[in-house]
Ligand binder design. Sequence first.
Ligand code: ADP
Ligand code: MG
Ligand code: ZN
Length: 652
Amino acid sequence: MGSENSDNRNSPFNFGGPGVPGGPKRPDPKKWNGWRFSLTYVVILIIGMAVFNYVFVNKVQNLIDYSAFKQKITAGEIKKVELSDSYFTGYAEKESAPGSADPRPPRLFNFNQQDSHAKVWRTVPINDPELIKLMDEKNIDYFAVSREGSAVLNFILSWVLPIAFFMLIWRFVSRRMGSFGGNVLSIGQNKAVIVAEGDVKTRFADVAGVDEAKEELVEVVNFLKTPQKYVDIGGKIPRGVLLVGPPGTGKTLLARAVAGEAGVTFFRMSGADFVEMFVGVGAARVRDLFKQARSKDRCIIFIDELDAIGKSRVNNIGGGNDEREQTLNQLLVEMDGFDPSSGLIILAATNRPDVLDPALLRPGRFDRQVLVDKPDLHGREAILKIHSKGVKLNSEVDLSSVARSTSGFAGADLANIVNEAALLAVRAGRRLVAQIDFSEALEKIVAGLQKKTRVLKPEERKLTAYHEAGHAIVAAFTANSDPVQKISIIPRGFALGYTLQMPVEDRYTVTQSDLLGKIDIFLGGRIAEEMVSGQFSTGAANDLTKATDIARKMITDYGMSERFRNVALTTRGGSYLGGETSKQDPVFTREYSEATQQYIDDEIARIIESQYKKVETLLTEKRKLLDRVSSVLLENETIDEKEFKLLLAEEL
Ligand code: ADP
Ligand code: MG
Ligand code: ZN
């Protein structure tokens, strides 16, 4: 990259901005030398033409009327006449034509004509048979200039040169316009962005740490291998599978592995490739892509970064993006229009499933969603092993310790660490990669990562473990709460960890005690943190907001306070914009006095305080369990439903 830039800066012909990715390639520096040559060539040509012109103009000097020319012959002033297609030229002397001894001189480069102006006359020919007779009478020498020479010359001058000249200019200009010109000229053409890969080498063995995702995709491979088996039994083959997960976790890799395992053609396109400057291009590309895919027996279409086209139209009220919408619509149409038993399956990847258009996610389209999450401890070790396969490691290298210190890293980050370590070893002059290279690589990459993802310090990690364990244990001992499905201290975006509760059934109404139980669970994280560190941290801010919110709604919306039992203090109003994806609340308006506001504030504080006391008692009682769950979390980073139940049973 650096070298390319400096090359262009040194070149006198640094015209283009940076090339558009996927657009025509920038000319390489070698070609520029060729162009400099052509430029000189053009300049020489122009000078040459000027010389031609000068000679031409010269020839036309002393132009006289035909009658005057005839007069001069009659009067004997002209002794010799040269007849050519364009002019009759008369000379005053018989023997020595000016500037040359040759009686039929090549006039082209005769620059001496100026000297003999008085003795040369020219006229435009007229078809006049009398002239020859007149010249015979007067005994004048006359001759015709060979037509061929001048005809060829004329042809070159009037046709070949201008055409060549304009072609040169055209080439030059179109080079100068660079990628923009290219784009304008290739609207609707698919500039080989659709890459069909026939023989994909990637296998599931190349992907690690995402076992659940792999399990689900194995089924897709089976669909592709033997679609008939599923059709015979009457099952519906999924059309689309959406891989969802943070960047760098191996979504693209998995899609490729599915194609490799099934041995089918792999069409890969990025969502951004569809979206172009011109409305309709994206839609044309989608059509093209499906057309090509349908011509294959069995294949996978993989649309990477689906969110680039699949953004929800719901929130675009007034003024959406026409091009994107057309592209999306075309995709929806195409997805409905093919028969899944034909062995065509669409995979897509995104790290922003929340912005996707609901139409994409409905059954019959991307109805299967596979979560590709950041790997846990064992997963990270496995990924490190995969990527260090080709790297020569010294025997003391302990990949599991590297894995332990890379909590929150995605697969791509881990691949990067192995590579970085190898580079550092080379720099240090080692022939084998040592543990110290890994620790240095880690430091280097962590510094860069800290901007993107959170990398937890050990004490932060411990607090997070207690925090999540607190949520989980309170949930376990709260009657009628949703069972804990997963506890994790793998950082995700802004969250340091998370506790996942899965409702057993849909609930449309909740009781007062359910709501208090929810508040308890939210408070559990903070209380556990306080118990172990003796102070408050900011890690629970989000929990507190949610707990407070519930308490407020209990008073204002649900009529669950002492003073306003059965009174709703807010009215729903405003318009309810947004579809299923919108998490916005309806607009509430306040309909109560300042005194009531005061009461509400006090009441919220009272509810939270009393629940806080209750949870604190509970967790103090369960301190041993809390310590146990936290230490398991610190060790394994995740605890699933089954493991959590075992831990609970252990203590009881
Ligand atoms: P995504 O598409 O999810 O952003 P990629 O699939 O492009 O991530 O991953 C980039 C690279 O990181 C891969 O080519 C691979 O080398 C490495 N990688 C990522 N995840 C994994 C994984 N789970 N197992 C092995 N390698 C991985
Ligand atoms: Mg990707
Ligand atoms: Zn929390």
